[in-house]
Write a protein that binds this ligand. Structure first.
Ligand code: IPM
Ligand code: MN
Length: 346
């Protein structure tokens, strides 16, 4: 019997609405081949939603996200939303009790990149840290942001990192390594607690090597010696920055996928933003979203469909005939998706 999944779609803003259509075309192609079926529930969230209804993550949207088997997100224009308009990404991450955002970065055959040998994944805590959204003005001339680190969230993210390292070791045969990133020399209490939680989890995974690095040194090492990393475990802001470093060292944001996974719910989003400069032109690179849909398929237990989707994307990229502007080509999003579909059906 074919499985059927309910997918809550959050197209969001800018190119989010365009790339999500491409992702769904690929999912529907799997169905047409006799693969899994998908029932979509399109829900409003993001800046445009704030303009429409006064909040960027309506409670009905969060409820629909929780009711679905998985959530696929396009992109959200977070910067324009005023404080009283809510925080759609933070709200989702906290509301869906996400343990971490998993962001793989690897060089892709056929795609020029600064690093020949990067193949790592950033496991980023995404519910607290310096993005705790706890900010206030002391007086007119002093603003404060509270960096929150808890043992619970750090432990959950650490577990996800070690599980990821085990999975990668099994797949590649290369010994797993988790690198926890910190600045404990300065953030003695908060990163002290983070590292304590990471070390506690590391003891449960004696088969996986464990090391710690200062975030500044880690950023430099990622550029100078990208092959030295496997799984990078980081608090929210350090992980935000390092995941863009890794994406830049690998194949760029146009190909960067991510999964936010918790114990009960999960949502999947390309790492890129809303790209206002090209929004509405139909030229955004849909590959990040298609690869993100692949991560969603794997989470849903549809591993062979995930493999097929990823292989199709990588084959189109390796061939190099059809490419969007960010990859030096002239293809539209639709043409790039057509090429992926043709490869999938070949
Ligand atoms: C990301 C983005 C978001 C984040 C922004 C848009 C809030 O940069 O997913 O990396 O930092 O979490
Ligand atoms: Mn980011």
């Amino acid at each position: 019997m074919t499985s059927s999944y309910s997918i809550c779609l959050l197209p969001g803003d800018g190119i989010g609405t365009e790339v999500i259509d491409c992702g769904c075309r690929v999912l529907d192609a799997l169905t047409a081949q006799g693969g899994p079926q998908f029932i979509y529930d399109i829900q409003p969230a993001g800046y445009d939603t704030f303009l429409d209804v006064g909040h960027s993550l309506p409670s009905a949207t969060l409820e629909a996200a929780k009711a679905a088997d998985a959530v696929l997100l396009g992109a959200m224009d977070v910067a324009q939303i005023p404080p009283h308009g809510g925080d759609p990404l933070g709200g989702l991450r906290i509301g869906l009790e996400v343990s971490a955002s998993i962001r793989p970065s690897a060089t892709i055959p056929g795609i020029k990149s600064p690093a020949a040998d990067i193949d790592c994944v950033i496991v980023r805590e995404v519910t607290e840290g310096l993005y705790s959204r706890d900010e206030y003005m002391g007086d007119d001339d002093a603003a404060y942001a509270i960096r929150v680190i808890t043992r619970e969230a750090s432990t959950k993210a650490a577990r996800m990192a070690f599980e990821e390292a085990r999975m990668r070791e099994k797949r590649s045969g290369k010994p797993g390594l988790v690198t926890a990133v910190h600045k404990v020399g300065v953030l003695k209490l908060s990163d002290g607690l983070f590292l304590e939680a990471c070390a506690d989890v590391a003891r449960d995974y004696p088969d996986i090597a464990y090391e710690t690095r200062n975030v500044d040194a880690c950023a430099m090492d990622m550029v100078r010696e990208p092959g030295a990393f496997d799984v990078i475990l980081a608090t929210n802001v350090f992980g935000d920055i390092l995941s863009d470093v890794a994406a830049g060292m690998a194949a760029g944001l146009g190909l960067a996928a991510s999964a936010c996974i918790g114990d009960r719910w999960a949502y999947f989003e390309p790492v890129h933003g809303t790209a206002p400069d090209i929004a509405g032109q139909g030229v955004a690179n849909p590959c990040a979203t298609v690869l993100t849909a692949g991560m969603m398929l794997r989470y849903l237990g549809e591993g062979s469909s995930a493999d097929a989707v990823e292989a199709a994307v990588y084959a189109v990229l390796a061939e190099g005939q059809v490419r969007t502007g960010d990859l030096g080509g002239t293809a539209t999003s639709a043409q790039m998706t057509d090429a992926i579909l043709a490869m999938l059906n070949a």
